[in-house]
Design a protein around this ligand. Structure first.
Ligand code: FAD
Length: 376
């Protein structure tokens, strides 16, 4: 049995893990990444990349041309009330889409290109804590000073913390060839779910059809998506469905963990509780963790301070989620939004493409929209 030592070990080589590993490796830190999968691996995700996420991806890849990472670019968003088209809104800045298998692999390849060490296919590892060691399945040990959990929505850290009362969503999706169903807009469908939405996103030769809702073990998600697919006139026979959990408004309280343990991305509960967007917070939490560990005092507090705005967005977004999906409000929203191109574009540009407002600033956002509408 061998034992190796690293300053920083990262469990999970998804966007959160790589968001930390790449800048750490660029700065010659002693890092080892461990993932249970062998890359390229699949990841259930619709792959929508907003402007704020795009900027972080650009930062990670530095001078490298990154256009080839994206499988589609869209300049509009459409909202539906079930099958009824409510509005098609143009987007000033396009949104992009990635195929997660290719995108995540490109991140791992970039890390390797920089000389980064990664152990792939390491399922079944154990954490010896507070011994500060990871024990691999073959008995080898990896010693660490800092351990970053970037292992997704069902992170091993949650057992350490014993946090099982989390709000999770469950998402299910399928990729459909364009000759069966096509769109060049980002299409969002409401009215199918109690606390979530369905979507059709263009991916080039295919479209991603999916839905995500607050997880309830009594819900039959396969049957829900089949109803949605049938409404879209897609033959559901033989369609390959893939499902996965995502955090949906519960931030994991990291202050209960030791100072040398940090939770990033989905593992920390960092996704937007209205849109379900998780790539941005995964990459941003990785960048902040790296920044804290590359500073002279290497405080977890610095990481959590940097994350505080996103933590507020998740917590306040959770409250907005409850209101937004409550029956009367949701019905009113769908009625009001019909034909409101400018309002939808404004909201999308300000709150989805970027977080120019927090979820407690919806009144201010509405006021600013009214003002901008008068001026134009
Ligand atoms: C249906 C669906 C659609 C989505 N659509 C979008 C979207 O369009 N846009 C968007 O921004 N977000 C979307 N999300 C959310 C997004 O996919 C996640 O927020 C994002 O992948 C989080 O990145 P991460 O690195 O934290 O975790 P992950 O991407 O889940 O990566 C975790 C990594 O850890 C590894 N791992 C897990 N457990 C272990 C273990 N025990 N040991 C070792 N390795 C382990 C896994 O193999 C994986 O490589 C969607 C999610 C779902 C479920």
């Amino acid at each position: 049995m061998s034992e190796q030592s690293y300053d920083i070990v990262i469990i999970g080589a998804g966007p959160a893990g790589m968001g930390a590993a790449i800048p750490l490796q660029k700065n010659h830190a002693s890092v080892c990444v461990i993932d249970k999968a062998v890359f390229p691996r699949n990841k259930t995700c619709a792959g929508l990349v907003t402007g704020k996420t795009y900027r972080l991806i650009k930062e990670l890849f530095g001078d490298r041309e990154i256009d080839d990472l994206f499988c589609f670019t869209s300049g509009s968003v459409r909202l539906f009330d079930r099958k009824k088209l409510l509005v098609k809104a143009p987007l000033e800045h396009c949104v992009r889409l990635v195929d997660r298998k290719d995108f995540d692999n490109a991140l791992v390849e970039e890390y390797k290109r920089l000389g980064g060490e990664i152990l792939e296919g390491e399922a079944g590892l154990n954490i010896d804590y507070p011994g500060n060691r990871i024990i691999l399945k073959n008995g080898d040990a990896i010693r660490f000073d800092y351990l970053l959990f970037a292992d997704g929505a069902l992170s091993m850290a949650h057992h350490l913390l014993q946090t099982d009362k989390r709000d999770l969503a469950f998402g299910i999706e399928a990729y459909i060839p364009c000759d069966q169903l096509d769109t060049d807009s980002v299409d969002l469908y409401f009215g199918y779910l109690d606390s979530g939405y369905a979507w059709v996103f263009p991916h080039g030769k295919t479209v991603c059809v999916g839905l995500a809702d607050l997880y309830d073990r009594k819900t039959d998600y396969r049957s829900l998506i089949k109803t949605f697919l049938a409404d879209l006139d897609v033959d559901v026979e033989g369609v390959d469905l893939k499902g996965a959990y995502l955090p949906y408004g519960t931030v994991i309280p990291q202050d209960r963990l030791a100072d040398n343990l940090m939770l990033l991305g989905d593992a920390g509960g960092f996704t937007d509780p209205i849109s379900g967007e998780g790539l941005y917070m995964a990459l941003q939490s990785g960048a902040y963790a790296a920044k804290a560990l590359l500073s002279s005092d290497r405080q977890k507090k610095a990481y959590l301070d940097d994350m505080s705005r996103l933590i507020r967005i998740v917590k306040n977004g959770k409250k907005v989620q409850r209101t937004f999906y409550s029956q009367p409000i949701h019905k009113m929203f769908l009625k009001k939004v019909e034909g409101k191109e400018k309002a939808v574009s404004f909201f999308f540009e300000q709150m989805v493409e970027d977080y120019r407002y927090g979820y407690r600033e919806m009144r201010r956002l509405y006021g600013d929209y009214k003002k901008s509408n008068k001026e134009s």
